[in-house]
Design a binder for this molecule. Structure first.
Ligand code: ADP
Ligand code: MG
Length: 679
């Protein structure tokens, strides 16, 4: 009978695709019904199962509606109360009926009692179960009993044969899959429920290991497929790099040189580079990226540079033009705002190969934009793009390359460091270069945390600072709910500051402005025509004005840690002493206080990212909700780091020696594949 409680129906109600998924619907905790404690030994505070015969039971209505009953065994007695009950239970609890109660004994008004115990009517000789009773995650209206039955049925029919070789499991100290699942769904009486619940029990470790292994295998396979794609090998830049560097007033830092060498080595290979250039805010990634374009440009190919916002794209465009144009390499800007004749011209220049470098937002990778011979794509602030956008970029290169079968090399940049656990998991397919030093001559930024109540003082300080020749940013409160409200907040801050500081020239930039208008305000600020720039997070990345040494962030508690670090990175770019003021609203929660303290006490983006991960968890960190990266269900990257390391080594082993096991394992754990990895 395919009734409402059939395994199929239960699976569906739990949101599972198929009955076999029930085997991985794992219990949250367990009840120990395998033991009886004599009533005489059921002391207050103990969590026990007792048995006895009902002496009397009655429904009381005061002080509240409840069923109060007393049981007796060998002359010892215990009260119990049920706060929710069915009429059938009242009828059932006649004097003399034998019951088992499972719960905590508490001191009560009349003596020891159990409040709302788990209750079962039994006979004189009902045997005790020999397994712990699982308690499953459930949804409203679906009973534990129904889930237990459905899971038992699923376990009977499912293929529980091991996907992994016995020798491997043995050397890792992990139980077979079948044994692990049997333990988790029906632990033996002597299992320790606390150990099970803490998920440190070998059976749990096996499941978590399997999950991590599946992730590692799929990532490695994706990397392999990538290596099978052909890319155009690019070696040497015909002396362009030396010419570019000779024109600069400074020298590359050792870290920049190292990163550049790593990138150049990748570019010379005949499969596509997939490299992340990671460096803290202000570490000089842009210059390294510009130098990385030269091998492609020297070979006569094209380069695309993509930024997440118009402002950042504009900044990148100016830098690239400043550096590349003198070498005779034309740079083109392409934004969503490009229109009409100019846009047609730009598209033709790209398609026919006259434009060699195109800088823009994701508009660069929309349909209609065709490159003649794209050999390298650079993505700035990569963590701000979704996975889908990154893939579109890769596809674009494939479609657009002249030979038709070349995949462009890909260089991504980010100031947000990837914690080691994430680098080993979700980003395992990525090579990473790190710029771990800032250019010399920077002064550290002093960070202050002050209450909104001291706003007047902050404004007075701002006035003094700007009058003495400095420039400043005022970041207005974040309003995530609506762009309209965000706009209003920005306009209000601007109007208010203009009234308070009539002697200063104050500009405003926000996300809803036209690109040209934004660019005009930014240009005025950069040229020193404005003292103060009131802004939303549009200035978060890439904006570079050395004379701006003071930043005030209003309602800093509403921002994420990475965002605050990025924002703060807009100051401290010159030799001037710099300050960042984090202003917070009145009622600050403990966690919010902790977060602001993290920013105040850490100048290093890596330390901040680690704290961020700790405070928020990896799902949030990855921005998974936008990017669609599936999260781990069982393993915890931080807590199960040892398993992650084991899984990584095991994945390498299996891929070398046992592809059958690889396929078996992926069929079990990722039956529907991982679309996001098909790069
Ligand atoms: P980010 O890594 O945050 O993108 P940028 O590339 O914007 O940093 O660099 C910040 C500033 O430092 C820019 O003005 C850039 O020209 C400058 N810069 C880059 N490399 C060096 C260097 N080796 N010495 C001095 N200044 C540098
Ligand atoms: Mg940058």
């Amino acid at each position: 009978m395919a009734g409402a409680q059939s395994p199929d129906a239960v699976a569906r109600r739990l949101g599972l695709d198929q009955v076999s998924d029930l085997i991985l619907h794992l219990p949250l905790r367990y009840l120990d019904e395998t033991r009886l404690t004599p009533l005489a030994e059921a002391r207050p505070g103990a969590h026990v199962q007792v048995e006895g015969c009902v002496r009397h039971a009655e429904v009381q209505t005061r002080p509240r509606r409840q069923l109060v009953a007393e049981i007796e065994e060998n002359g010892d007695r215990l009260f119990f109360r049920l706060l929710h009950f069915y009429p059938s239970q009242v009828a059932q609890l006649r004097p003399g009926v034998r019951v088992r109660l499972l719960g905590e004994v508490r001191p009560g008004f009349f003596g020891a009692e159990m409040v709302h115990p788990f209750l079962r009517v039994v006979g004189e000789n009902t045997p005790l179960p020999d397994r712990l009773t699982p308690v499953y995650p459930t949804v409203a209206g679906l009973s534990q009993h129904a889930i237990r039955k459905a899971v038992t049925a699923a376990l009977e029919h499912a293929d529980l044969d091991d996907s992994l070789p016995a020798a491997m499991l043995h050397s890792l100290g992990l139980p077979p899959f079948r044994a692990a699942l049997e333990t988790l769904h029906a632990p033996p009486a002597d299992a320790d429920p606390a150990l099970l619940e803490s998920r440190q029990e070998p059976a749990w470790r096996r499941v978590k290991f399997d999950e991590l292994l599946a992730q590692q295998l799929s990532l490695r396979l994706a990397a392999r497929r990538r290596h099978e794609h052909a890319a155009r090998p690019l070696s040497g830049d015909g002396g362009l790099g030396e010419r570019l560097l000779a024109a600069l007033p400074f020298r590359l830092t050792a870290a920049q040189t190292r990163a550049l060498d790593e990138i150049r080595r990748d570019l010379a290979l005949s499969h596509p580079m997939n490299r992340l250039l990671q460096g803290d805010v202000g570490s000089g990634k842009t210059l390294v990226a510009a130098l990385a374009t030269l091998p492609a440009l020297a070979a006569g190919a094209q380069v695309a540079v993509m930024a997440p916002t118009e402002i950042l794209a504009e900044q990148l465009f100016l830098k690239f033009r400043e550096w590349l144009q003198p070498l005779g390499l034309p740079v083109l800007a392409l934004s969503a705002a490009s229109k009409g004749k100019a846009k047609r011209q730009a598209l033709a220049d790209l398609a026919e190969g006259r434009a060699r470098v195109a800088v823009g937002t994701h508009a660069l990778f929309q349909t209609g934009v065709v490159f003649r011979d794209l050999a390298l794509a650079i993505v700035d602030e990569q963590h701000r793009f979704g996975v889908a956008q990154r893939l579109a970029l890769r596809e674009k290169g494939q479609l657009a390359s002249a030979a038709g079968d070349h995949t462009p090399h890909l260089l991504m940049m980010s100031a947000t460091p990837i914690p080691r656990s994430l680098a080993m998991s979700y980003y395992a397919d990525l090579d990473v270069s790190v710029i771990d030093e800032l250019p010399p001559g920077r002064t550290p930024i002093a960070t202050k945390v002050v209450s909104h109540a001291r706003r007047d003082e902050v404004v007075a300080r701002l006035r003094d600072y700007c009058r003495s020749g400095g420039q400043a940013y005022w970041v207005c409160p974040l309003v995530e709910e609506s762009e309209k409200l965000q706009l209003r907040a920005a306009q209000e801050s601007h109007a208010e500051l203009s009234t308070l500081l009539p002697e200063l020239a104050i500009g405003l930039v926000h996300g809803r402005m036209k690109a040209e208008d934004k660019a005009a305000v930014m240009a005025a600020f950069k040229a020193g025509g404005l003292h103060l720039l009131v802004a939303t997070t549009v200035i978060e990345v890439g904006v570079d004005v050395a004379n701006a040494g003071l930043m005030v962030i209003e309602h800093a508690e509403r921002y994420g840690l990475a965002q605050l670090h990025q924002l703060r990175g807009r100051v401290g770019r010159g030799a001037r002493e710099s300050t960042c003021v984090l202003m917070y609203g009145e009622a600050l929660t403990d966690i919010a206080k902790q977060r602001l303290r993290v920013i105040k006490e850490n100048a290093d983006g890596f330390a901040i990212a680690r704290e961020d991960l700790r405070l928020r968890g990896p799902g949030e960190f990855l921005g998974a909700r936008q990017s669609g990266v599936p999260m781990l269900r069982f393993a915890d990257l931080e807590m199960d780091f040892d398993l992650l390391e084991m899984a990584r080594a095991a994945a390498g082993d299996l891929l070398d020696r046992d592809m059958d096991a690889v396929h078996r394992h992926l069929r079990r754990w990722l039956p529907r594949g991982l679309d996001y990895l098909r790069a």
